[in-house]
Structure formats: C-alpha cells, structure tokens
Write a protein that binds this ligand. Structure first.
Ligand code: CA
Length: 531
C-alpha cells in the first residue's frame, strides 16, 4: 500500500515537473479567405486600419511570421496547395474559374486520419468536390453566402439563420465540445470572410463611426515603367468595383428585418453619395472609404470569432496541448496600386498572415522573417502529428522554426506561378522568383512578354522596374539562374498545359491543334467534315 502510494506520488511529481508532451498535440487551423496583414493590428500597418485583439493575442502568445508567402495568389488553388503540399502544376488545380480539385490524390488530412487523428473541416472549402480525409465536414457550397447561408453537413444540405462568420464559429465550438475525446484532433475552421463582396455582420455596420481612413500612397498608381500587364488589369477600385461591392444595392439572402436594418444604415449614406455626384479622383476616394468600412467590418467579425475560440480553449483546458495557427489563403490589396483583390506577385497579396501559438514550444511574442509558405502546411501538420512526410511533397516542415531554431539550409527563395486569365480580373499569367529583397517576374501571353525586377529594399512600394537598369545587371543574371534552378526543382512545365486542365485561352492564343487527320473516321467523309 505504502509502496503504491509512493509510486503514485513519484509519478505525479514527474508529471508536474516535466514539460513532456501530453500525447500528440491537437491542431486548430483558423483560416480566412482574403484576410491580409494590413488589416491585423499585430502586423502594424501605418494606416492603423483596425484593432484586432483576438489575432493580436495569438501574436503576443506565439510567433508572428512576417514572410509567409503563397505560390499562386488565389483562393481555390492555394487551398489545394495546403491539402497536397504540392504546387498547382502538380496537384492539378490551377484556377478558380473552370477547374476542379481531384480529391482522390494524396492529401494531408487522409494521412492524419491514418495516423490516429480525428479530422474535421468547417466553413469555406471551395475545392468543388466533397472533402476527403475528414471524419466530419460542414461546408459552404462554392463561395457561400454571408447572410443566412445554406451549407452542406456531411453531404446533406442544411440552412442556417444568421451571419456566416458567427455560424461557422458556433459549428466549430459545437464540434470541439462533442468531438471523439479518445483521439487528438485536427480542425480546419475556415471563414468565408472577408471575401468579396465584403458584407459585415449587421451589428458591425457602424463599427468605424464613419471614420476617414488613411489612403495608401499608391492609390493612384500609374504603372509607369512596368509591364503593360499591370495597367491592363480589371481589378481596380476605379474601373471594376460594382454597385454590389459598394453596397449601393442590398445583398441577397437578407430577410425582411435584416434588410430593414441594412437599409437604415446604408441608405442615408448612399443618398448623400448620390447627391454629391462625385467623379474622377473624388469618386475613387469615396469608394476606397466604403471598401475599407466593409472589408474591415468583415475582419472584425473574424477577429471576434478567433477571440471566442481562444476563450473556449482556455475554459475547456484544451489550450495547453493545442497548436493554434491563424492564416489566410492569400493576402489582399487594400487600395495599394489602386486595387482590391489578389493574384499579383506584389507583396500585399503574395504575403499572407501567419500566427502560431504552441504553448511550451513557440516562444511568446517573437517574430520570424524567414521565407515560409502555405506550401509547407501539409508537412508541418504531419510532422506535428509524428507522421512521415511523403517524399513527393514540395514544402518543408515549419516545426524547427516553431521551436525557435534557425536551420542553416532554410530556403532563400521561393517559386511563384499565377495562371487565371483573362477572366475575371485580367491579371496576366506570370511566374517568378522571390527572395528576401527581390522579385524577378515574367509576364507571358502571346501579346505580352515582359520581365520586371522589383527591389523591396530600394523601393518598398514596388512601383519601379529595375530590370533594364545596368546597375542591376548582375542581380538579374543571378536571379535568372535561381529561377531556372527552382523550375527544375519544383518540376515546372512551361508553358502550362491548356487542354488538360481547362485553362481558358490567352488573348490572341492560337486554337488548340485539331485531332490527327482521319483519327477514328472512315476514309474521305471525315476529312470533308473537318473542313
Ligand atoms: Ca482567397
């Protein structure tokens, strides 16, 4: 009896003294759509656009990564990169418009399941096919709706009343409370907000008290000296924003009470706007203010969600053994270069927020400026779970960086390739190499064949092209060599195939070759028809 008591005491002492793991850690991936670092106060944007205490808490209690970069700055494709740990040209999901994800391939949730994790995805999925590799899924169809959204609960259509960010949060908390307790979990809680058309929760409509936001210095960028691809865009506050984007007409899905509340807020302001008859720069400035109000209102909802989830982790005792990662599928333009949206290799949409809290492992209140990527997520999750990392995945586990290590051989550059063109935003396909300081980018279509060199150090706003500057000749040469090396390393295929993945033709692109003469046809007749 005494011996047993002593052993028990010794055991308790050992447990309380050691920081040893309490079994495999849980993973909570708090993901948003089009959330950008400029809108998170922990990232310190000069405009001080919004206070985000929820996300700031993660930065304070964990690590803020300052250069988490995407490999193809657009929604669906980056989600496919996260699932597979592979570039778009290998996972087959290049663009949002006319492409779908092949869920039959190897993905990290399937491997986590095999490794004993309970897996769930709740919220925006945006990969076409039903999720695979998840024990539980409850997702928005396609882009989803902000108000009273229909959803799909493990294959069954359901409707919800309320605001999408709150609903996704409630569903996430319900799942956490009722999950199987005999396994560690990996939950992807994925918001629709703050995606276009930036519709905030009704309670947040007056959140900024009609504040006037500071403008970015490049709001009226003329694109002088850079590729024609830039000036030919269709994603500008001036030329592209619609009445729906600007809340000059109400959004769909509101019920009568909600619509009244919505109109009571927007209508007096819209009336004033109509009476002012703004044109030119004044019109752009007004639109920018309205855009900031709505976009940041959506982010406010996301931040409240994160604060709620963190509070639940505290009260349930889960916080200690749960790694929380907060990120987004890419960054976003908040008026820089006159743009909204993403796609380009420029810093605002290339860089995505990345905050990590791992109690006892990640040092609180630290920052990391190494080049990391959402390409690294799959291997990072598998590494955390103690699972092997498949050799055909193309990223690196971030676990050493979470532990505060600084591996000498960490990547110094990253390969980037964007494809979707010409619709919806006329952003020409481009690929490039990114380093700490430079971006060398090639825009390629039959009508444009331009190289631009950006230097973040000399030109932080990225409004100059140094490609033809003789002082940069050696840099261009070195970066081209690095680009060649990366294209071999990532198994790039150029030009990107068109027929095999449904890419829409570029402007002036010749039609696909006709099938071989006489293929599958009888003599003579088939030939005549082909003409
Ligand atoms: Ca997105």
């Amino acid at each position: 009896m005494m011996r047993r008591l002593l052993l028990t005491c010794a055991g308790l002492l050992a447990t309380s003294l050691s920081a040893a793991p309490k079994g495999p850690p849980n993973i909570l991936f708090l993901f948003s759509d089009d959330l950008t670092t400029q809108a998170i106060s922990a990232y310190g944007d000069e405009r001080k656009l919004l206070d985000t205490p929820g996300m700031d808490r993660l930065a304070k209690e964990g690590i803020r990564f300052d250069r988490c970069l995407v490999t193809n700055s657009i929604c669906g494709p980056m989600r496919a990169v996260i699932q597979t740990g592979k570039y778009s040209h290998l996972n087959g999901f290049y663009n949002n418009s006319n492409n779908s994800f092949n869920g039959e391939q190897q993905t990290f949730p399937k491997l986590m399941q095999k490794g004993g994790y309970s897996t769930a995805v709740i919220g925006k999925w945006h990969l076409g096919d039903n999720p695979q590799g998840f024990d539980y899924w409850h997702i928005l169809p396609g882009q989803g709706a902000y108000y009273n959204p229909p959803m799909i609960d493990n294959g069954k259509r359901v409707t919800h009343t309320g605001y999408v960010t709150d609903i996704i949060t409630d569903l996430g908390l319900d799942w956490l409370k009722n999950r199987p307790k005999d396994k560690p979990f990996m939950l992807m809680l994925q918001h629709k907000a703050p995606h276009r058309e930036w519709e905030p929760a009704l309670r947040h409509l007056g959140h900024d008290h009609d504040r006037v936001y500071g403008e970015p210095p490049t709001l009226f960028d003329t694109f002088e000296g850079r590729s024609k691809a830039l000036s030919d865009h269709d994603m500008g506050i001036e030329r592209t924003m619609t009445e729906k984007d600007l809340k000059l007409v109400p959004p769909p899905n509101l019920n009568a009470d909600q619509l009244k509340y919505w109109n009571d807020y927007y209508e007096p302001r819209n009336k004033k706007y109509r009476e002012a008859n703004l044109t030119g720069k004044e019109l752009v400035k007004w639109r920018y203010q309205r855009y900031m109000h709505d976009y940041l209102g959506c982010v406010k909802g996301v931040d409240e969600s994160i604060a709620r989830v963190l509070a639940y982790l505290d009260e349930s005792g889960l916080a200690e053994n749960t790694i929380v990662i907060c990120s987004s599928d890419q960054g976003f333009y908040l008026g820089e270069h006159g743009w909204f949206d993403k796609r380009w290799i420029f810093e605002e949409s290339l860089r995505t927020p990345f905050l990590v809290r791992w109690p006892g492992v990640a040092k609180p209140g630290t920052t990391n400026d190494k080049i990391v990527s959402l390409l690294d997520m799959a291997q990072t999750f598998l590494d955390i779970a103690g699972q092997p990392q498949p050799a055909d995945m193309q990223g690196h586990s971030l676990v050493p960086l979470f532990k505060g290590e600084s591996p000498a051989d960490w990547r110094k550059s990253l390969y980037y390739h964007y494809y979707e063109f010409p619709v919806p935003h006329r952003v020409r396909p481009h690929y490039g190499v990114i380093t700490d300081r430079y971006k060398l980018v090639h825009y390629y279509t039959p009508d444009v064949d331009d190289w631009d060199l950006l230097d973040r150090q000399a030109d932080p706003l990225e409004v100059k092209n140094f490609y033809n500057d003789p002082a940069y000749a050696d840099t261009v040469k070195e970066l081209k060599t690095e680009l060649d090396r990366l294209q071999v390393e990532v198994k790039e295929t150029l030009p990107p195939p068109r027929a095999s993945h449904g890419r829409k033709p570029f402007d002036n692109e010749p039609p696909l070759p006709a099938p071989a003469k006489g293929a599958g046809k009888g003599k003579g007749k088939g030939k005549k028809k082909a003409e």
